[in-house]
Design a protein around this ligand. Structure first.
Ligand SMILES: Nc1ccn([C@@H]2O[C@@H]3COP(=O)(O)O[C@H]3[C@H]2O)c(=O)n1
Ligand SMILES: [Zn+2]
Ligand SMILES: [Zn+2]
Length: 241
């Protein structure tokens, strides 16, 4: 599979778009998260919303779901169809009731299902989204009392949601055959709700070789050469994983 980050920035970054990705396999183009800046980032990439097969959501923060209203409206009113929405079963109701309902409700359109073909995913179970694309949701810690889910694709590629550092999980994933880890990375301490660069630098070198950093702040250029053996995911570049 191929992955292109449409944005690699933190929630408050201004040099980079929100940390949202395009995952592509033969016959499937999946958006991973759809933040506030996604409509612009997609446009700059030369793509329109109807080029996407669907979207997979990690958690309810603006830099991950803030572009869904425009996605839904464009698909309905411009392209006349509902996109696939893959989301943890626990997040279906909160996404509508706490995030989208206010903007999307109109006339007979009163539910999430009026805009999306909703595919609730049970965390821990594998789902085949396309012939070459399997995904499992793994709940990871981010904000107290707010569910957040990272993604394991094809048993080999781990894509972190926003998450606190969990070295044990990363080590366990690598032991179980994961070859590439894309991890959110907060450059400065204290981390609070994200893994910090200093925490990620405590991973053993053989693990660091498999880790790529994303969801970073505008100061990333100052940190080049200071990320150990971990590499930086560049916005807009397609990588094979
Ligand atoms: N307890 C919290 C909660 C939120 N935040 C900041 O708000 C941002 C929301 O998007 P994010 O990408 O999860 O990053 C969060 C923190 O920067 C934070 O710093 N501390
Ligand atoms: Zn975020
Ligand atoms: Zn978040």
């Amino acid at each position: 599979m191929q992955i292109t980050m449409l944005g690699t920035g933190s929630a408050f970054a201004k040099k980079y778009y929100n940390n949202n990705a395009l995952v592509e396999t033969d016959g499937c183009r999946l958006l991973v998260d759809c933040g506030i800046t996604l409509p612009t980032a997609l446009h700059k990439k030369g793509l329109q919303f109807d080029a996407l097969d669907g979207v997979l959501i990690s958690h309810m923060h603006g830099d991950h779901v803030g572009g869904l209203e425009e996605y839904a409206f464009q698909m309905l009113f411009k392209y006349g169809r509902k996109p696939l929405l893959y989301i943890a079963d626990t997040l279906v109701e909160p996404l509508w009731e706490q995030t989208l309902r206010g903007g999307l409700t109109q006339g007979d359109l009163t539910s999430l299902e009026d805009f999306f073909v909703v595919k609730p995913l049970v965390p821990g179970q594998y789902y085949t989204l396309a012939p070459d694309l399997k995904v499992k949701l793994i709940q990871t810690k981010h904000i107290p009392n707010k569910d957040s889910y990272s993604f394991l694709f094809n048993d080999s590629f781990f894509y972190s949601a926003d998450m606190k550092f969990d070295g044990e999980l990363v080590m366990q994933l690598i032991e179980n055959g994961v070859t590439t880890v894309y991890h959110d990375c907060q450059l400065e301490q204290p981390g609070m709700v994200h893994a910090t660069l200093d925490e990620l630098l405590t991973l053993p070198e053989d693990v660091q070789k498999k880790v790529w950093l994303m969801h970073y702040g505008d100061a990333m250029d100052d940190y080049r050469g200071r990320t150990g053996l971990m590499r930086i995911v560049e916005q807009g570049v397609a990588y094979s994983v």
